[in-house]
Design a protein around this ligand. Structure first.
Ligand SMILES: [Fe+2]
Ligand SMILES: [Fe+2]
Length: 135
């Protein structure tokens, strides 16, 4: 398994752990803040690795569709990072006042994990396009 594949597995595992923690319903704001903090570090390293790979392969084999696709993925990276930061701020504020996170924060975490899965799927499709179609 390549470095990037291992990284994808690690990111997916962490996303599922967060998902499981939310299903537990008794997860505390503090537990979730800890998990999300670790997730933020993991995801920033992962996004950095991907972006270095994408910028390293910028040559004539890339067509316009691929270029736009990569640009959109990078945009999604910034969006996901921003949202993790916002959720962490809200969780940290809540954990002082209440044991369990509020419903809007739980929904925001669920949406984040879902959107990250969609993002990862889009990357898989891009990779298939590059490998099998030679785009
Ligand atoms: Fe990505
Ligand atoms: Fe990825």
């Amino acid at each position: 398994m390549s470095e990037i594949e291992k990284d994808h597995v690690a990111v997916r595992d962490m996303a599922w752990r967060i998902h499981d923690e939310l299903s537990r319903e008794r997860a505390t704001a503090e537990d979730l803040a800890g998990l999300l903090e670790a997730f933020r570090n993991r995801i920033e390293a992962h996004f950095g690795l991907e972006e270095r790979r994408w910028s390293g392969s910028q040559d004539s084999i890339r067509d316009r569709t691929t270029e736009n696709w990569v640009r959109a993925l990078v945009h999604e990276h910034r969006d996901i990072e921003r949202r993790i930061g916002e959720i962490l701020s809200r969780l940290n504020a809540e954990k002082e006042a209440r044991r369990t996170p509020s419903a809007p924060v739980v929904s925001a975490i669920r949406r984040l994990v879902d959107d990250l899965c969609t993002h990862e799927l889009s990357e898989t499709k891009l990779f298939q396009r590059l490998v099998f179609e030679g785009a």
